[in-house]
Design a protein around this ligand. Structure first.
Ligand code: CAA
Length: 261
């Protein structure tokens, strides 16, 4: 397979792709070469028919301590605007069709918090350290933080956090609804993310793809349009073999053998 400098890629369980951010010297600070590697890895897993879901994690110390401040410090407006700085970060949330679970341990600050929130499901350990500290650097969240954090935890809390740059714990992230689950230790967090990804990978790829698509529409459309969209996709699934296979298996008390896996 492909070799990477800043990430590690493996398939630790059937159907599960694992991507680990691995730039320990900079606490996994995110710079363009690293993001391009992440995109390459996600694209490959997304295309690989044996993979059903992905997990994104960092180290126990840092998921990612932000965008690389040293890379950014000398940029001017023309550099940033001209090169659409940070736009490549949007490839995972915008184009990857299979579910991505982020397993967050240690620091998830600035761009690290934003990257974690781009995943479809977020798990963390209690002591994870989240935050959007950009205001302290004289800037604002630049990779979706103001939108995704606000959507996840509500305006007043998000506003307070973004205006003060204060950190919040993994336990807070869970209590406020940003994290789907919280774990005592980093090991448990990663294990649980892999187990959930394995469960997802055991289902029909077609059904899973449609689940992700319709849930994501809830963020983009009003409730009425969203429900109509969901119903159309639901209708469409009656044209897939896996709907027949899944429902027949239930009636016959058998395990479904999915066509699309
Ligand atoms: N960018 C570049 N390098 C970083 C970094 C970052 N975001 N975060 C940490 N590092 C580097 C440090 O410079 C240091 O390198 P050296 O050994 O060469 O000095 C190394 O990683 C270890 O870091 P510390 O010595 O600071 O470790 P610590 O345990 O004392 O502190 C920390 C940890 C609290 C996370 C601290 O490193 C920190 O505050 N980092 C910056 C966090 C931050 O502001 N992130 C937001 C960035 S802006 C952004 O992300 C914009 C956006 O929205 C896209």
């Amino acid at each position: 397979g492909q070799t990477f400098e800043y990430i590690k890629v493996s398939t630790p369980k059937p159907g599960v792709g694992l991507v680990e951010i691995n730039r320990p010297k900079a606490l996994n600070a995110l710079f363009t070469p690293l993001i391009l590697e992440l995109n390459t890895a996600f694209r490959a897993f997304d295309k690989d028919p044996s993979i059903g879901a992905m997990v994104l994690t960092g180290s126990h110390k840092a998921f990612a301590a932000g965008a690389d401040i040293k890379e950014m410090s000398t940029k001017n407006f023309a550099d940033a605007y001209g090169a659409d700085f940070i736009e490549v970060w949007s490839e995972m949330p915008n184009t990857i069709k299979k579910p991505v679970i982020s397993a967050v341990n240690g620091h998830a600050l600035g761009g690290g918090c934003e990257l974690a929130m781009m995943a479809d499901v977020l798990y963390c350990s209690e002591k994870a350290n989240f935050g959007q500290p950009e205001v302290k650097l004289g800037v604002i969240p630049g990779a979706g933080g103001s939108q995704r954090l606000t959507q996840a935890i509500g305006k007043s809390r998000a506003m307070e956090l973004i205006l003060t740059g204060k950190s919040f714990s993994g336990q807070d992230a869970y209590d406020w609804g940003l994290a789907a689950r919280v774990f005592k230790t980093p090991e448990e967090c990663v294990e649980a993310a892999l187990a959930t990804a394995e469960t997802i990978a055991s289902y029909s790829r077609i059904a899973v793809k449609a689940c992700k698509e319709v849930v994501n529409k809830s963020q983009d459309l009003g409730i009425r349009e969203g429900v109509e969209f969901e119903r159309r996709v639901f209708h469409g699934l009656f044209g897939s073999e896996d709907q027949k296979i899944g429902m027949t298996a239930f009636a016959e008390k058998k395990k479904p053998e999915w066509k699309h896996r």
